[in-house]
Every structure is written in C-alpha cells, then in structure tokens.
Design a protein around this ligand. Structure first.
Ligand code: SF4
Length: 230
C-alpha cells in the first residue's frame, strides 16, 4: 500500500523514536530458532486465550505426543483432552489435526521447511489455506520461524499502534499490518511486534493505560490530544 494513503500522526522520526524507546524499555529482541510446525500449533492454541493457558496446553500436547507424526495419528478426542487448558479445545483439536494432515498430504511429511524458499506472498497463501490459520497466525509463523518480512498485528499491537497514532482510528487489522510494514524498517518488525505486545500488556493496557509510567508520552497521539484538552 502506498504510504501516501495514510498520513500518520507520527512521522518517520517518531517511529524510529518509538522503536528506540521500546527497545530501551524491553530490550532488543533476537530471533530464536523455532520449529515452524510447532510454532503453527502454538499459534493456533494461542487464539482467543492467554499466553499462560496456551503455553500449558502446548506443553501438555508435546508431552503426550512428542512427534508431529504421533500427533497426527492421535484421535482428535485425545488431542482435545491434552489442550483443554488452552480453551476452545473441541474447535482447536480438529483444526490442528486437519492442518497437519493437509501438510502431510501436500508435502509427503509433516514439515513446513519448504516455506523458507517460498517467499512471503506464497507462504502466506499456503498457510492461510490451512484450517484455523488467518493472516495473523500465518504472519507469526513466517516472521518467527523463517525471518520473512511481516509485521503480525494482534490485539495489543493493534490497540497500542492506534493510540500512538501509527494507524488511523478506523483501520482494520489488515490495513494496520500494511501501514506498519510500510512505516517500520523490516529489520525492526520482530522487535517492534514483540515490544508493542509487551507494552500493551504492561503499560498501554486495554483497560486503564498507565500513561504516567509510559516513556512514549512525548510522541503518543492519544496522550498529547488528551493533555492538550486539559
Ligand atoms: S502514553 Fe498512554 S496511550 Fe500512549 S502509548 Fe503510553 S500508555 Fe499508551
């Protein structure tokens, strides 16, 4: 999307300041090596639940079925039992099993390694063709497992970006991702994504943002507008 469509309330200098402040506050994030199939399963499990619950569900699942082939061969009811702590187990279990079955049918084994050579658009297309995988899940897998240039937008990234003035008030999540990918330098996607999530959980919370503790006040559109009205 051309940048000219959205004349953000924050300019390029503001974005770089935002990235710098967040890295100072939460650290510079480095990519870790993650198995893409595990990451896909984890991301499906993380939908509509807390990190704590989804991590527990994933740990239970790995304990019961350490290998992807074992997991694929397991009855869907047993998969659901293992992920019960993560919520929506009866929806997520068949999605996980069907996604693994589709991958095996397409690739001959349960692997997503081929995505490393697909590029971002083909990778997104393939992942989003799997059950239970939308743009956010697909972007997370491609960014974290393969380092492809994508900026996934979850609920925290969406809220904090809107408050800061990085995206318009009425942006959809799809548009938000396009704008952030245009504004943020690609080498900072991972760091910005994770740090906006941290900031959204700890300070710029959905209910009760802690403005007074926030080191982004000087560039935050929401804060500057509110204080100029006082
Ligand atoms: S100043 Fe307030 S609204 Fe702006 S980013 Fe910080 S906590 Fe969020």
């Amino acid at each position: 999307m051309p940048l000219s469509i959205w004349h953000g309330k924050m300019d390029k200098q503001g974005i770089m300041e935002c990235i710098r402040v967040l890295e100072e506050l939460y650290g510079v994030v480095r990519a870790e090596k993650i198995d893409p199939v595990d990451l896909l399963i984890q991301t499906i499990l993380s939908q509509n639940t807390s990190d704590r619950n989804s991590l527990r569900a994933f740990a239970n699942l790995k304990r019961a079925f350490p290998g992807h082939e074992e997991l694929l061969a397991a009855p869907v009811e047993e998969i659901a039992d293992q992920i019960r702590e993560g919520g929506l187990a009866d929806i997520k279990a068949p999605r996980i099993k069907e996604a693994l079955a589709r991958i095996k049918q397409d690739r001959g084994s349960v692997t997503l390694a081929f995505l490393a050579k697909c590029g971002r658009e083909k990778g997104l297309e393939y992942l989003q063709s799997l059950p239970g995988v939308g743009p956010k899940t697909a972007s997370v897998v491609l960014l974290f497992a393969f380092g492809l240039p994508l900026m996934p937008v979850d609920t925290h990234v969406f809220r904090v970006s809107r408050r800061l003035g990085l995206i318009p008030e009425d942006a959809t999540q799809k548009k938000a991702q396009e704008i952030l990918e245009e504004w943020v330098p690609p080498e900072k996607y991972l760091s910005m994504h994770l740090n906006l999530i941290r900031h959204g959980r700890l300070i710029c919370r959905a209910r009760g943002a802690r403005h007074e503790e926030c080191p982004l006040r000087h560039i935050c559109d929401c804060y500057l507008r509110a204080t100029s009205l006082k």
